[in-house]
Design a protein around this ligand. Sequence first.
Ligand SMILES: CC(C)(COP(=O)(O)OP(=O)(O)OC[C@H]1O[C@@H](n2cnc3c(N)ncnc32)[C@H](O)[C@@H]1OP(=O)(O)O)[C@@H](O)C(=O)NCCC(=O)NCCS
Length: 314
Amino acid sequence: MPEKILTNEDLSRIVDTSDEWITTRTGIKERRVAAKGEDTSDMATEAALKALEQAKISAKEINLILVATATPDMLFPATACFVQKKIGATNAACLDISAACAGFLFGIEIAQQFITSHTHDTVLVIGADKLTSITNWTDRNTCVLFGDGAGAAILGHRGSAHGVISTHIGSDGQFSDILFMPGGGSRCPITRDNVDLNLATIHMTGKEVYKQAVTAMVSASQKVLADAGLTADDIACVIPHQANLRIIEGIADRLQIPLERFYVNLDKYGNTSAAAVAIALDEANRSGRIKHGDYVLLVVFGGGLTWASTIVEW
Ligand SMILES: CC(C)(COP(=O)(O)OP(=O)(O)OC[C@H]1O[C@@H](n2cnc3c(N)ncnc32)[C@H](O)[C@@H]1OP(=O)(O)O)[C@@H](O)C(=O)NCCC(=O)NCCS
């Protein structure tokens, strides 16, 4: 996580909002903001190095790097290539995944496919985003929601039964216009004339996103539970996308899993997009919240629309 903290109080001095409004509508109290010159690939690199240290392997053993991000350092080359250079993973192929906030679990599914087909056996999956670089700081509907950060995981063959046991990814392009960034791509390059229109920032229809998020994450969770032959009672910990506490409460209610079994850290970080579940998984692991043998359900949702779910036997 970047060091700089932006609190709700700080935001209330930038736009017409309040700590009370943000807390009651979202659960967010503060978020992190990358420093000038701290790029998505820098946060991704920090996360990758911590994952390598924990996995006790060298960067040279990685043969595929997947970076899920909506805020790549540049449109090309892939941010994964910058990470490769920074960590010295000279034997890796590199690509970015564009699935917005759902990207990290898309990465887990892609890694799983490469591993089971024996194409690449040691895969570094990173979720990294610097959403503050595409935030419209005059739009109170969106600027209070997002923050920056990165998380990483290394996947490989396991001797035991433990590991990723069920995955699901899905999309619905019909809703591509409820959460998107209209400018900056080839359809609408940023020009001298349109620069004041804030086109290269997040545009969102909040209420519709909220509704779709709950529906998609509930059905994605039910799908991986059924595929794994498990029920909600078997899940020791749910790690949901960290967008809004009320969305998480809605999912908990519909899945009939007590809220206490959900890992929530959005109060500290806001919505860090593709990084959110990766950061939460790391915190849950390092703090002992998830233990060897636990079934962990990860479930995410993002612009696209995209959604994904994974069950891991830890
Ligand atoms: C954005 C969100 C918190 C807004 O909550 P909401 O209850 O739907 O609020 P509304 O959009 O109905 O806005 C209610 C009022 O609050 C105002 N408002 C919006 N943002 C505000 C803010 N930061 N501070 C104060 N007031 C705000 C609106 O202007 C509106 O005022 P009006 O009634 O005078 O027009 C909620 O819709 C949400 O979380 N959506 C999902 C967003 C998301 O997770 N996106 C990322 C998905 S990966």
